[in-house]
Ligand binder design. Structure first.
Ligand code: HSE
Length: 309
């Protein structure tokens, strides 16, 4: 095999109450990575589109190629020559798992080029290293679902214990990206390190409720459980119109609404595509009334994750 192309989808991390432990992928958009073998050893980035020239072009500095280099090192391969093309189809700092999608597409493409020596789950630690480079933290709630698909739960980071749970077939996501940028590092920096016992109890109840609600297809329980008393109140101040946009989603058919990943994108979950579309329209109108353009993506939960094209 001399060339490979892989696609990895955007993701919604945290899913309200599950900071760093819940995430799911949507169908579109996503990033693609193309790899072309060459005779001369070494990994070189030959083109990146969609980043407005902002991502590093050196292989040792770009998280996409860093994950590939880590994979090659792990496998003891030092003589591979390969050109890399990254096509970004979502904005940087969007809260849509942009860096994760690139890293996942990269590591999946490289694994394929090598004849799939590692399983999808075994690729996860490499993709997580990409997140460490991009945001300073090796969280898995974007790379996990982008790589594996489904609704992902990370029970533990040390040791890594990650699994997917079933969700109702007609659960739909509305992802609205307002035209502003938030750096994940900054959005993590502003979080407090201590949490009160009262808030911990409330958050644990909601985490348990959301998992049970999704697994039992109990929409009322999903709706009641989409409450984040720890992270959302701190980060909401970074998103203009947050409260109004959230209210607009819920008043127009959504089960719940919160920040997607580190923001500024906001997501809503709804029963059925019509509710999801209505929520998206209302959310977009609310941003527009404050003079903020936004892009809306409506999709079911992506059960497959990254694909080799
Ligand atoms: N769980 C992460 C955060 C996702 O909220 O910081 C961001 O990529």
């Amino acid at each position: 095999m001399n060339s490979v192309k892989a696609f990895a989808p955007a993701t919604v991390a945290n899913v309200s109450c599950g900071f760093d432990i819940f995430g799911f992928a949507i169908q579109e958009p996503g990033d693609t990575v193309e790899l072309y073998k060459r005779d001369e050893p070494g990994i070189v980035i030959t083109d990146i589109t969609g980043d407005e020239g902002r991502l590093p072009r050196q292989a040792e500095k770009n998280s996409v190629t860093v994950v590939m280099l880590a994979l090659l090192k792990h496998l003891g391969i030092s003589d591979l020559g390969c050109e890399v093309v990254l096509r970004k189809n979502m904005p940087l700092g969007s809260g849509m798992g942009s860096s994760a999608a690139s890293a996942v597409a990269g590591v999946v493409a490289m694994n394929e080029l090598l004849g799939n020596p590692l399983s999808r789950k075994e690729l996860l630690p490499f993709a997580m290293e990409g997140e460490r480079i991009a945001s300073g933290s090796a969280h898995a709630d974007n790379v996990g679902p982008s790589l594996l698909g489904g609704f992902v739960v990370i029970r533990s980071y040390n040791p890594l214990d990650i699994f997917t749970i079933p969700v109702p077939d007609d659960l739909c996501c509305t992802l609205v990206h307002p035209d502003i940028e938030i750096n994940t590092k900054d959005a993590r920096f502003i979080l407090r390190n201590e949490v009160s016992l009262k808030n911990t109890i409330a958050q644990m109840g909601n985490v348990a409720g959301l998992v049970a609600g999704l697994m039992k297809a109990d929409y009322d329980l999903i709706s009641r459980s989409m409450v984040d008393v720890i992270i959302e109140p701190v980060r909401a101040i970074l998103i203009p119109e947050f409260k109004n946009v959230k209210q607009a989603a819920i008043s127009n058919g959504a089960l719940g609404c919160s920040i997607s990943g580190a923001g500024p994108s906001m997501f809503a979950l709804s029963r059925g595509i019509e509710n999801a579309k209505n929520a998206g329209k209302a959310m977009q109108e609310r941003f527009a009334s404050a003079g903020i353009d936004s892009a809306v993506h409506v999709s079911g939960i992506n059960q497959g994750g990254a694909v080799v094209l």
